[in-house]
Design a protein around this ligand. Structure first.
Ligand SMILES: NC(=O)c1ccc[n+]([C@@H]2O[C@H](COP(=O)([O-])OP(=O)(O)OC[C@H]3O[C@@H](n4cnc5c(N)ncnc54)[C@H](O)[C@@H]3O)[C@@H](O)[C@H]2O)c1
Length: 419
């Protein structure tokens, strides 16, 4: 008999997992509280870039995928994976979505079932927060009656080389049998599974990965500011350093960090260290400080450049290229580009922004969405490259723009300044 999998949360993490599980032969129910998302999925439409409409439609047609807002459709599940958001609330972890998902799924847990948490969170969440919730709601106890584990998601939206299937998956369980069950599940979904000894290790592994990125981006961001002041081309130095075949990893400056991970996950780690040990995680605090200051740095540098041209920010016509937090995707969550756009608008600039990936976005007040046509490029007092989507014509920008401020190292020429 086919196993029934429930994936709670049909977002950037949950939907690709649900689709992969359909391909692996599971009967899948994707639960989401967002009625609009569920309706679209059942109409065969995807809102996640890496998942084409046709894949969702085919999954629905196969009879092995159903999206639903109703937890009753999860009844009788063998496996449940929770992929709900884990935001911050006033700087502290906000586990309200995990709590809601756990409470809803708990009464449906049957003896022998397996629950896996995938949401990014601080070490201890699975065993100390989710487990008691599930036991209380199910009136069962783990690991005797049901299995529980944690497996962090490493999905990188828009990455054409690494996807869910070929990225090694770290897995854990609250005991040996839970681990075996969690491992067995992911072995059907991905090529390589990496077991670790406890959920806490797996939870920490995810936070380490994202904190590593966050800190290294902060390093090059600060170095970029100083290199500029010293009159040294930081981009050239970075490219040269990256020729070292060992002991160096390439990170590049930019207008700040965005998305659901880097602005949030490291703070889960520093919060838990403060709570558990009373210590400040200084690396995280410093990285937060530097990366959060980058939008202001961009606004400041563009202001100085306009000044050199005898112009003020107020009244200047600015064209911003890219609003999403990373290239070639439309995700604008926590995007520093939006912060830059809002800051320029507040300073009285006429702000126009182009991003063909962005749909249904509420723009900051005073910002108009336009296409990056030759006329738009030429009419701007300054064009600011914030997200370097490959679809923008950078050669055209070099030719027709009065002035380009490039935070992504895509343009060259006498009319170009780089971050
Ligand atoms: N997006 C990424 O690239 C990425 C990568 C790795 C890890 N993560 C982590 O994975 C988790 C999910 O992130 P995401 O990007 O998929 O978020 P998302 O916002 O795209 O999707 C989460 C979905 O969960 C739904 N939801 C919220 N509460 C619910 C509930 N009680 N019951 C059912 N559905 C509920 C929301 O409506 C939403 O559709 C987060 O912890 C995130 O940090 C995300």
């Amino acid at each position: 008999m086919r196993e029934k999998l429930v994936v709670v949360g049909q977002g950037y993490v949950g939907l690709p997992l649900a689709m992969a599980a359909v391909d692996a032969g599971f009967d899948v129910v994707g639960i989401d509280v967002d009625d609009w998302r569920v309706k679209r999925l059942n109409a065969g439409e995807s809102y996640v870039e890496d998942i084409p409409d046709e894949q969702v439609a085919a999954a629905g047609r196969s009879g092995r995928y159903l999206a639903s807002t109703d937890y009753a459709d999860a009844e009788g599940f063998d496996l449940c994976v929770i992929t709900v958001p884990t935001p911050l609330c006033e700087g502290a972890p906000d586990l309200r979505h995990i709590a809601a998902a756990g409470r809803s799924i708990a009464p449906l847990i049957r003896p022998g079932a397996t629950v896996i948490l995938e949401s990014t969170t601080y070490p201890g969440t699975t065993e100390e927060y989710l487990l008691p919730l599930l036991e209380e709601g199910s009136e069962l106890s783990a690991p005797d009656d049901f299995h529980l584990g944690y497996s962090p998601e490493r999905i990188d939206p828009g990455n054409e080389r690494w996807n869910l299937g070929n990225t090694p998956k770290v897995v854990s369980g609250i005991d040996e049998r839970s681990l075996k069950r969690v491992q067995g599940f992911y072995e059907r979904i991905v090529q390589e599974v990496v077991p670790v000894s406890s959920p806490k290790s797996a939870e920490l592994c995810k936070l380490l990965e994202n904190t590593f990125r966050h800190v290294n981006i902060a390093l090059v961001n600060e170095l970029g500011i100083f290199a500029h002041q010293l009159g040294i081309d930081v981009w050239e130095a970075i490219d040269a350093a990256a020729t070292k075949p060992f002991g160096y990893m390439r990170f590049v400056p930019g207008p700040g960090v965005g998305g659901h991970c880097l602005p949030i996950d490291p703070s889960y780690l520093s919060w838990s260290i403060k709570r558990g040990l009373g210590h400040n995680f200084r690396f995280v605090e410093l990285a937060n400080d530097i990366n959060r200051s980058m939008p202001d740095q961009v606004v400041h540098r563009v202001g100085l450049a306009l000044n050199e041209h005898g112009k003020a920010v107020r009244g200047s016509r600015l064209l911003l290229l890219g609003l999403s937090y990373k290239k070639n995707v439309g995700d604008c969550r926590e995007s520093p580009a939006l912060e830059v756009a809002g800051a320029f608008a507040k300073l009285g600039a006429h702000v126009r922004a182009a991003d063909p990936y962005v749909r249904d976005l509420r723009l900051p007040h005073g910002v108009d969405l336009v296409e990056a046509t030759s006329n738009e490029l030429a009419a701007a007092d300054a064009v600011v490259i914030l997200t370097d989507h490959d679809c923008f014509d950078y050669r055209l920008a070099e030719q027709v723009c009065t002035f380009v401020f490039d935070t992504r190292n895509r343009c060259r020429g006498p009319n170009v300044r780089r971050l």
